[in-house]
Design a binder for this molecule. Sequence first.
Ligand SMILES: *Cc1c(COP(=O)(O)O)cnc(C)c1O
Length: 405
Amino acid sequence: MTTTCTADGFFGDYGGQYVPEPVVPILNTLAEAFEQYRNDPEFLEEFHYYLNHFSGRETPLYFCKNLTEKLGGAKIYLKREDLNHLGAHKVNNTIGQILLAKRMGKKKIIAETGAGQHGVATAATAALMGMECTIYMGAVDVERQKLNVFRMEMLGAKVVAAQSGQQTLKEAVDEALGAWLQDPENVFYLLGSAVGPHPYPLIVREFQSVVGREAKKQIMEAEGRLPDYCVACVGGGSNAIGLFADFICDESVKLVGVEPAGRGLDYGDHAATLCLGEPGVMHGFNSYMLKDEQGEPAEVYSISAGLDYPSVGPEHSQLKDQNRAEYVHASDKEAVDAFFMLSQMEGIIPALESSHALAHAMRIAPEQDKDKIIVVNLSGRGDKDVAQIEEMVSEGKIELPKIRG
Ligand SMILES: *Cc1c(COP(=O)(O)O)cnc(C)c1O
């Protein structure tokens, strides 16, 4: 497997370890363990065993015949990460990191979560592997995500509500970091996206890269050639880098990341970090970042809780500067339109996050010749979003369309 990351964890100018001094040796121990096991045949065999038997890989590459005919242009294929156990790509990473934690002799898994999806995947994988698990969540998020909190508790995890400051993701990160520093011998910090200080962006990319490797093999079987586009939504950037990784060297394949434009492009209304941000350091790494007037992390918003993060994985920042990948945005409304379109044309309810990627694919497909191929990473399923959409419909904020006659 290839990577463009240097030994000290830089993707060009981005990435690195901007952390308090005591954290550096802990990160470096993790980086060494990862280097030791990433190509270890026994480790990989176990990793793929759980990917296959616990999560149900490989996931299909599905041709959207109805949607393609309706749009009248390029062929649209979906990489069905929504069919993973727990409903999204996140489990690819939690399996890999907990196996690594076990190899390192750790006893406890900790993680932070905002919307709860990463917390649930972590709790489930920790249950599978018999690891003690504590999930940190801002107190406000605990209140907003009651059902996910209960799900984590059902899976045997302890959920700690961070009470300081704004009581959201940032405070949860602070408390989780504190717990890690207190007991680095026994505790493994499981990060959920391709962000954070080195080696996390590298680790997450590696464990998610199974997505692109499978997709490449599958499109070669289906079409006998590489796709013209690979499209994925970008929150922290893990499902996108997972799809892109195996195609970066294939110059003919256009890589497109889709960020949330939310309610619009004014401050506080979106989380289109690569489209509208500038380089800056937060959460221990340098990357494109959305800032407020003081240069602190901006307030961000998206209809999908999994995409509202004011920074982004450092490798995406490098791919943007190199013009190897293009980053665009899709609004809440475009995502919701795509959500209904896929539901009614293909019988697949997509996650609102993934609907941003779909929205862009639906935008470009009609302009393309019929022999062009677009692969969209359907990062997750929309079951978790049904209540939110139902509420918007019943409050009259959106209309439930009838797309087929
Ligand atoms: C968490 C999540 C995302 C966003 O995270 P990335 O690291 O950017 O992939 C996207 N889609 C789904 C379904 C998610 O659960």
